[in-house]
Design a protein around this ligand. Sequence first.
Ligand SMILES: C[S@@+](CC[C@H](N)C(=O)[O-])C[C@H]1O[C@@H](n2cnc3c(N)ncnc32)[C@H](O)[C@@H]1O
Length: 233
Amino acid sequence: MALEQSKTLENYFDKIAANYQFMNSLLSLNLDRFWRDKLLKRTRLKEGSFFLDVACGTCDIAQLIEKDYSNRSINVHGVGLDLSFGMLEVAKQNEALGLLVRGNGVSTPFPEASFDLITISFGYRNMPSHQEFLKEAFRLLKPGGQLLVLELTRPKNPVLNFGNTIYLNTILPLVSQFFGRDREAYRYLARSIQAFPHQDEVQLNFEQEGFQSCSYELLNGGITTLFEGSKPV
Ligand SMILES: C[S@@+](CC[C@H](N)C(=O)[O-])C[C@H]1O[C@@H](n2cnc3c(N)ncnc32)[C@H](O)[C@@H]1O
């Protein structure tokens, strides 16, 4: 990824960081909570497990996982990694994870086989290269480790896809502008969702990088999809 492109993306997220959580709930009509819960239910961490939340943003997913396991008296250790200082600042203010790292999801500073689980929610499409991200995730996972990717996608049903496209291109930028948010940042969001590959292609990419037991679950007709793969034991 050219440095310029990477800087632009970082700026987009720095701009929306302060109100990211509020806007997320508003613009997804609170569905993001349901989608995050779906990811949580797929996790299979044990006492002392380590997990990495890539493109953690304000750390919503990581906090959800830590809280849920802690409520069940299971200690797990989370690390959050993100490109944007703005997002990490908000995560820090929210007293999110103990360890927050600024970095790029395709080339992280962690040693091989460090994590039992890697999550990435609504950040996979932003990776400069999906293939490079999958390679890095595979390297970082312990044998038997799990990769969970939650991503906004295009619904398979043409009617739903049409409605979703209208929503993303017109209503979403307008509502975000009404709330004084950066309209261009949300336009970028719409473009990146529309450019995102078909679910079967994503699954194929997982398999090409060595992941096994790969599958995906369409959420709300495929407005969002939860992808899963495991590193062989
Ligand atoms: C839409 S937000 C998702 C945040 C969070 N995971 C969530 O569930 O709300 C996308 C995040 O990806 C981060 N990001 C974009 N490109 C990245 C990269 N190459 N490496 C790490 N983080 C990146 C952005 O800074 C932003 O915080």
